[in-house]
Design a binder for this molecule. Structure first.
Ligand code: MRU
Length: 359
């Protein structure tokens, strides 16, 4: 019987809540420096999300949930009504940090909803119930990662080459990641396979983060530049692609880090299965299709520089969409915590949530 438990404590952590204080791993410094930075204000948490100090869809939802607690820590003397009003304002503020990953607004809605579910006796009690909710979101994410690992690991066979894009790993979540969860589980169960991590320009999450965390965990990981993906597939070195996602629309279209669409089209051309792994909190049934997903446009500085060093002429025009949308027809399956959902996605996703409601 395979062992599906992975020692989460041994993996790098992006988020810590300790003695009522929030600490975030500054991922912009990796892999050179591992710095846990205390978050003292809600503005600092907003900035950390905006600047990708904390990043990855599930992680920004969890960080924002704790960020709301940071915002309200010194407001427990407010009246209950004023406290609730302020909580809603700060939740909206945190939600504005980045638009594409639905986990951010999902977490903020859940935190605000908690205020309606508890007796409104004192602001301190409301504050404590918000901490409880943030800790719950955090703890649940560990179980979700475990579930995705369990569902996805059997897809990975001895000798396979698996490509991934961006970082959908432990530091993008609170445990074994989304795309990496099946990899960690298969590795733990003795399956021997290679992971090819695309570097992921412009901010190099593949080069700086995925290759770092997988290497640290003892997986066989090889870093390639983004423009090597076609060659690796054409020469038979890739058997499967697994990526994470920031938002899945109700029809199964998938938004993920810029460059994912190109990888999916290549995988289709070379008949390589392309899987997406995500927890249910990343599936947005209120967004009908990929066209309706807001794609974050970031500063052109991310294109004209690499790690702070300018590589392009002054005054060059740039574009910097941070995500792209892969149409559902290119997706072989969506690996969730409970099942692998396959086409037709509109029906599959509806049934998935119906199943959850019915327990
Ligand atoms: O801009 P980022 O680094 O936050 O983008 C992250 C991604 O695109 C990940 O693939 C996605 O959030 C899945 S994380 C488990």
């Amino acid at each position: 019987m395979p062992d599906y438990s992975v020692a989460v404590s041994e993996l790098p952590h992006a988020i810590e809540w300790k003695d009522g204080e929030l600490y975030l791993l500054d991922q912009t410094l990796l892999p050179q420096q591992e710095l846990m930075e205390q978050q003292r204000t809600v503005e600092q948490v907003w900035q950390a999300i905006r600047e990708l100090k904390v990043r990855g869809a599930p992680a920004i939802g969890i960080a924002a949930a704790y960020g709301l607690c940071v915002a309200l820590k010194d407001r427990v003397n407010l009246s209950v009504n004023e406290f609730i009003k302020m909580a809603k304002e700060k939740a909206a503020f945190l939600d504005s940090a980045r638009p594409t990953a639905v986990n951010l607004s999902w977490a903020m809605k859940r935190m605000v909803a908690r205020l309606d579910q508890v007796p409104k006796i004192t602001s301190r009690q409301l504050y404590e119930s918000l901490i409880e909710e943030a800790e719950k979101i955090h703890a649940e994410d560990i179980a979700l990662c475990q579930g995705m690992g369990k569902m996805g690991a059997p897809l990975i066979k001895d000798g396979m080459g698996i490509m991934t894009h961006c970082n959908a790993g432990s530091i993008a979540t609170s445990a074994t990641g989304t795309a990496t969860a099946p990899m960690y589980m298969a590795h733990q169960n003795g399956v021997r396979f290679k992971v090819y991590a695309n570097e992921t320009r412009p901010l190099l999450q593949g080069a700086r983060l995925t290759s770092w965390e997988l290497q640290k965990a003892g997986l066989d990981v090889t870093l390639i530049t983004d423009n090597m993906a076609a060659h690796m597939m054409a020469t038979g070195q890739i058997d499967m692609v697994i990526v994470g996602t920031d938002r899945v629309a109700a029809n199964g279209d998938v938004a993920n880090k810029i460059g994912t669409l190109g990888v999916a089209i290549l995988a289709d051309y070379y008949q390589i299965p392309f899987y997406v792994a995500c927890p249910s909190s990343t599936i947005d049934m209120e967004t009908a299709c990929g066209r309706d997903i807001e794609i974050e446009e970031r500063s052109g500085d991310e294109v004209t520089t690499i790690m702070g060093k300018r590589i392009a002429p002054e005054n060059i025009k740039t574009r910097c969409p941070a995500f792209d949308v892969t149409p559902n027809k290119l997706v072989r399956g969506i690996i969730t915590e409970n099942q692998i959902i396959t086409a037709p996605y509109d029906e599959g996703l509806r049934e998935f949530f119906k199943g959850k409601e019915n327990g």
